[in-house]
Write a protein that binds this ligand. Structure first.
Ligand code: SAT
Ligand code: MN
Length: 608
């Protein structure tokens, strides 16, 4: 290792951990930034960086009367979502990446990316961001250090992670595990070259090295590609850690439900990106007496506690929610969280009076600046906000955040929900027969694609446990891991598994189920099933309630729509079988026999 003493800031680190210092020096020498800044996560740092970003034209400060301490950013129009075709799992053996991931040999990927990284921070500041996913006082904290040349990333990490000085102590502990996460936007500046508001590179790589637990990202500044603590660490790398250590790292929200008798239940739910996880996580129940609180909206780490129950922790510190469609009706608690300020809005529209707007938000703006910086009026053909535009806000500001959200013990999960976005076939709610059947439901989950990833919008694809883009290893081995987790547990303490679909449609394409706050009715039925209090009908695909078995008091939708949303349709399910078969064939040899057995059993039930 050679130090690069000529780079200002490099030689004055606030921490001593040798491996971290060596890695930072090595990266600085390769990427040759103008200076190095060690991030402390302070309010002063936030102010300095947001001021600089306003100065640079990347941020617009919003009117503090409307959104205090909040900013708007517009990305490059080509850097607006995760790039799944540029995301790689670089395991030593290609088999370990499996059929659902792009694979490249780790040495080859490192050689390629090293050349991209060479000199890539010229003219820029290299930020060193120590962070911790999950509470810093966890028994085994999940630490990381992100190096990034994007101040937008630093500001976002302030909101989304525990970072800076607060993680220092744990990082200094000899032997504590930490993940090096290297990020560059890949846009060096020549002397005198003017910068652009959102620098990035056409060439993008989001690479994961599961054996060495490293992340290398290049070319994008967008959330999922650049905030490496989120999907890259907390799902792709953590899923590998979880496989090796016997726990689960999942793309799930964590919701606390409180019954009229004041009994608390915790539910974890997996939905693909942009399918309403954040809305469900902040649900405002429409049924009297029931309350809901938020523990997490995107990621759940679940491990068994000493009492044999499965406990979930949210590794994140903020919400990175989809803006379009969010409003005082669909998600009033998100609106209140945002109103509080300290928020960052990316790719939404700007109003003429210093506020933000997006499709679906209240108000009837007659003139806006669209996310592309163009003038927008109601007559404009293009949307004012990008469909994957986002708000980034601290969880702690959520008015219904559960007091346990920051507890390193986590919360005991009673039910796990899997859900996709399907116009047909999948009923509003189905209860699995047991853990293995529930695993099969998760394994065969399908959804119409959304704007959260580039390309393919609307296409139905299998998205097992909503982890398709986030699995750090072979999907077949992942199903086996789920089955193993069930086998290792006391069945009486395992969460029950349910399959839900809020998105079923009628003939004229209307939604059959009202969704949002009304989903509390489905949750109530689920809780009553756990308590042995609710009835259901057994069908070939699982237990389904009839309309009169759900509390529909006060609902305004026509009863035939509700009934249609709950319907098990034999013909549709017979049509689904070859699609499941095709999916399982694609997985090939690594598919556990138990999943083939479940498919056979389903076939027999459907043909009985
Ligand atoms: O872009 S992120 O991956 O962070 C959000 C999402 O797609 O779920
Ligand atoms: Mn997500």
């Amino acid at each position: 290792m050679t130090a690069a003493p000529t780079i200002p800031g490099l030689d004055n680190p606030p921490l001593q951990r040798r491996e971290v210092l060596d890695w930072v020096a090595e990266v600085a020498e390769l990427t040759t930034p103008d200076r190095v800044v060690w991030c402390d996560g302070s309010a002063e740092e936030w102010t300095r960086l947001t001021d600089e970003l306003v100065e640079a034209g990347t941020f617009t400060r919003l009117d503090p009367e409307k959104k205090p301490n909040s900013f708007h950013a517009a990305s490059d129009p080509d850097d607006v979502a995760r790039v799944e075709e540029r995301t790689f799992i670089c395991s030593v053996d290609p088999k370990d990446a499996g059929v659902t991931n792009n694979w490249m040999d780790p040495a080859e990927m490192k050689a390629t990316m090293t050349e991209l990284y060479r000199g890539c921070m010229r003219g820029r500041t290299m930020f060193v961001i120590p962070f911790c996913m999950g509470p810093t006082n966890a028994e085994h904290p999940k630490l990381g250090v992100e190096i990034s040349d994007s101040p937008y990333v630093v500001v976002s990490m302030h909101i989304m992670t525990r970072m800076g000085a607060q993680v220092q102590e744990r990082l200094e502990e000899a032997g504590s595990e930490w993940v090096p996460a290297l990020h560059s936007i890949g846009a060096p500046l020549e002397p005198g070259q003017a910068d652009v508001a959102w620098p990035c590179n056409e060439t993008k790589y989001i690479s994961h090295f599961p054996e060495t637990r490293e992340i290398w990202s290049f070319g994008s500044g967008y959330g999922g590609n650049a905030l490496l603590g989120k999907k890259c660490y907390s799902l792709r790398i953590a899923s590998v850690m979880a496989r090796d250590e016997g726990w689960l790292a999942e793309h799930m929200l964590i919701l606390k439900l409180i019954s009229p008798e004041d009994k608390a239940y915790y539910v974890a739910a997996a939905f693909p990106s942009a399918c309403g996880k954040t809305n469900l996580a902040m649900l405002q129940p429409t049924i009297p007496g029931w309350r809901a609180e938020t523990v997490g909206d995107d990621i759940a780490w679940m491990r068994f506690g000493d009492d044999g129950r499965l406990y979930a922790v949210n590794p994140e510190f903020g919400f990175f929610g989809v803006a379009p469609g969010t409003n005082w009706n669909t998600n009033p608690n998100a609106m209140r969280t945002i109103e509080h300020g300290n928020a960052l809005f990316t790719n939404v529209a700007l109003t003429d009076d210093g506020d933000v707007w997006w499709e679906g938000l209240e108000g009837d703006p007659q003139h806006l600046t669209s996310w592309t910086g163009d003038e927008w009026t109601p007559a404009s053909a293009k949307p004012a906000a990008h469909p994957n535009s986002r708000y980034t806000v601290p969880i702690s500001q959520c008015p219904v955040v559960a007091s346990e959200w920051d507890d390193p013990q986590g919360v005991p999960i009673s039910a796990i929900l899997f859900g996709g976005r399907r116009k047909t076939t999948v009923p509003l709610v189905t209860e699995s027969f047991d853990w293995q059947h529930g695993t099969f439901m998760g394994a065969t989950m399908s959804s119409e694609m959304t704007a959260a990833a580039k390309g393919g919008k609307g296409q139905v694809r299998r998205d097992p446990m909503a982890m398709l883009p986030f699995l750090g290893y072979n999907v077949g081995d992942y199903f086996q891991h789920w089955v193993n987790v069930g086998k290792s547990a006391d069945v009486t303490k395992l969460p029950s598994i349910f399959y839900v679909n809020w998105f079923r449609r009628g003939e004229d394409n209307r939604f059959l189920w009202p969704g949002f706050g009304e989903n509390s009715r489905v949750l109530k039925w689920i809780i009553e099933r756990l308590e042995g209090k609710a009835a259901a009908t057994e069908t070939p695909i699982g237990h389904i309630p009839s309309a009169d078995q759900i509390d529909l008091d006060g609902i305004s939708e026509p009863m035939e729509d509700i009934e249609a949303s709950l319907r098990f349709d034999l013909e549709e399910w017979r049509e689904e079988l070859p699609l499941i078969e095709e999916w399982f064939d694609k997985i090939g040899d690594s598919l556990p026999t138990s999943m083939r057995d479940e498919l056979e059993a389903l076939k027999q039930r459907l043909n009985a």
